[in-house]
Every structure is written in structure tokens, then in C-alpha cells.
Design a protein around this ligand. Structure first.
Ligand code: NAD
Length: 322
């Protein structure tokens, strides 16, 4: 990992814990996967900035058994050669799910309350706003939230939404009725969800099969006045079609991720009044980053104790997870 990543992930206390579970020199941060240290390592503790663990790295690391990634997705660094060698992989995606779910909850509650539109109107008109007359349908009651993907983040959002008087419907081709019932949500086909939901929140992974999952036809299925929240990946949405739908004023959007990232300066999404645009900040940042380091140390202590990882990444799941 990069030195800044190391410094953000670990505190003096967590480094002391790390030394307690592993034979490690926490100050020896490898920026490249080469050289002497590789010949003896059994576990690579990786983070932002880690290069791919490819055949060359594996050849130089004959004792390597596991990769513990202190960040969300490990797709960029775990190569097919790792799976062929039977390397065990764990990620901190579950710890990273928490701030994304919190961001999503905030977006849903503010959207239902009509806060972005009311704030904009107030700033522009600088007069008394009569919410009862001007926003008769706002409120966090009797609304339907549609989650696309019963993912780690999606499931946390379901939990966070429990105290509210909101109905939650979920579209996920890998979710069955029994699991939906266990989660306390109603399962829907994606098209049905789009027709029904007041807020649509995306939590599916970016895969070839999910590219432009929300295309022009599907965006048109969204209800008048509905809000699209995307904290997942920009590739899930056809952005030309989205811009057209937003320009009509029929729907609005909260977009933490876009395609491409960053957007070109001339993108209409910067200037459309019904878009809240954030620069990919939903995941662990700032004060939250240490949670990723803590999660990795927890996984290392499981490994050291001979206990399976709590949050493994498995080759067999790669066609449906982030
Ligand atoms: N904005 C951020 O900072 C940030 C941070 C972390 C993750 N993310 C993104 O959030 C999304 C969710 O991440 P996660 O770790 O919770 O995912 P996950 O790997 O836990 O789960 C993915 C889920 O998507 C479901 N799925 C697969 N194909 C689907 C489809 N066609 N329609 C609906 N559901 C489908 C799977 O069944 C699975 O339940 C990903 O796109 C990830 O890249 C964004």
C-alpha cells in the first residue's frame, strides 16, 4: 500500500494489535511487490495503492497463503493466478459498507422530505415558502424505497430504514422470497420496483451484466417526482438517458458516483438544479478510514487462530459481487 494509506489506516494502538497477531514490521511498508521480503511472507496486508498480485509476484512469494485487503474491492489486485494458487482473500468491504449505507439513509430521508428542492427554491426566491401548499407530497411516511441489490450496503440500508414508516422493496436476481422475508422486505422485479418506488437506490456491482442496468427505457419507468440515489457505480446508469430525464424535471437524483469519474467540466449534471452531486465520498473517508485497518487486523487475527475469514472474497462469487 502507499505510505499515506498506511498512515490513515492504522493508529499506534492498532499497530500494537497488529504486532500482537502477526510477525510483522509495521513500519516496513512495501510500495512495490518485489524484493527480499516477499520470499518469506505468508500473508500480504494490502490497501490503497497495492499493485496487482500477478504470476511474477506469486513466483517471488512461495510461502504466500492469504491476502487481507484493508479496503473495499480487491478486484484490481487479486489476479486469476491468485485463485489458481488457492490464495485466500479477505476484504474490508463489509466495514466500508457502513458509511455508504449511512450516506444512503441521509439521502433517502432528505429526498423524501423534499429538502434539496425546498432549499433551492428558498435560496432562489428569498421569500416565505409555504411547504403545505408548495410541497404537498413530502414526508418520511407512506413512501416506498426501492433498493437495487441486496448487497452488504443494501442490507445495511434495510437495517437503518427499520425505524421509519417506509416500505422497502428490493430487486436482486440472486435474492429469493425466503431471504427477502427474513430481511423484512418485499421482492420485486427491477421494472416493477422502478414503477413503484418514490426513491430508487442502487447497490448492485459494476459487472458486464449490470452495465446500463438503468437504460432509457427503465429510467422512463420511474414515477414522476421520484429520486434516483446512486452510491454504487456510474456504469449502472446510461448517463445520456439520465441527463435527458433529469432535464425534463420529471425525476431528480443524488449521485455520488458517475460515468465517467470525474465528469467532464461541461457535463449537464453539474448545472441541473435537480441533481445533488458528490465526488465519490460515500465510502470510508476521513475519520472512518481506521475502521478498514481495524477490520483487516480482525481478519488477520482470525487467520492466525486458524479461523476462516469473516469476510472472504471467493472466486465463485465474482460474477455477482462488487
Ligand atoms: N460510493 C462509494 O464510495 C462506494 C463504496 C463502496 C462500495 N460502493 C459500491 O456499492 C455497490 C454495492 O457494494 P457492496 O459491497 O454492498 O456489494 P456486494 O458485493 O455486497 O453485493 C452485490 C449485490 O448485488 C447483487 N446483484 C448482482 N447483480 C445484480 C443485478 N443485476 N441487479 C440487482 N442486484 C444485483 C448481488 O446479488 C449482491 O447481493 C457496488 O457497486 C460497489 O462498487 C461504492
Amino acid at each position: 500500500m502507499s505510505t499515506p494509506a498506511h498512515d490513515r489506516l492504522f493508529t499506534p494502538a492498532s499497530l500494537a494489535r497488529l504486532r500482537g497477531v502477526a510477525d510483522v514490521d509495521p513500519d516496513a511498508v512495501l510500495h512495490e511487490l518485489s524484493g527480499d521480503p516477499l520470499s518469506t511472507v505468508e500473508v500480504l496486508l494490502t490497501g490503497w495503492g497495492c499493485p496487482p498480485v500477478d504470476e511474477r509476484v506469486l513466483a517471488a512469494a512461495p510461502r504466500l497463503r492469504a491476502i487481507v485487503h484493508a479496503a473495499g474491492s480487491a478486484r484490481a489486485l487479486v489476479t486469476p493466478a491468485c485463485w489458481q494458487r488457492g490464495i485466500l482473500v479477505s476484504t474490508a468491504a463489509a466495514a466500508n459498507a457502513r458509511p455508504v449505507a449511512e450516506f444512503t439513509l441521509a439521502a433517502i430521508l432528505l429526498a423524501n422530505k423534499g429538502a434539496p428542492a425546498a432549499a433551492r427554491a428558498y435560496r432562489e426566491q428569498r421569500r416565505r415558502i409555504d411547504p403545505l401548499a408548495e410541497y404537498p407530497a413530502i414526508g418520511n411516511r407512506a413512501k416506498t424505497v426501492g433498493l437495487v441489490g441486496a448487497s452488504r450496503i443494501g442490507r445495511r440500508v434495510i437495517e437503518l430504514l427499520r425505524p421509519f414508516e417506509l416500505r422497502v422493496v428490493v430487486a436482486d436476481p440472486f435474492l429469493d422470497d425466503a431471504e427477502a422475508a427474513r430481511l423484512g422486505v418485499e421482492r420485486r422485479e427491477l421494472d416493477e420496483l422502478l414503477v413503484e418506488a418514490d426513491v430508487v437506490s442502487l447497490h448492485a456491482p459494476s459487472l458486464p451484466a449490470t452495465r446500463h442496468l438503468l437504460d432509457r427505457r427503465r429510467l422512463r419507468l420511474m414515477r414522476d417526482g421520484a429520486v434516483l440515489v446512486n452510491t454504487a457505480r456510474g456504469a449502472l446508469v446510461d448517463h445520456d438517458a439520465l441527463a435527458a430525464e433529469l432535464r425534463s424535471g420529471r425525476i431528480s437524483a443524488v449521485l455520488d458516483v458517475t460515468e465517467p469519474e470525474p465528469l467532464p467540466p461541461e457535463s449537464p449534471l453539474f448545472s441541473l438544479p435537480n441533481v445533488v452531486l458528490t465526488p465519490h465520498i460515500a465510502g470510508a473517508l476521513g475519520t472512518e478510514v481506521v475502521r478498514l485497518g481495524d477490520a483487516a487486523i480482525e481478519e488477520l487475527s482470525r487467520y492466525a487462530a486458524g479461523v476462516p475469514f469473516a469476510h472472504p472474497l471467493r472466486a465463485a462469487d465474482l460474477d455477482r459481487v462488487a
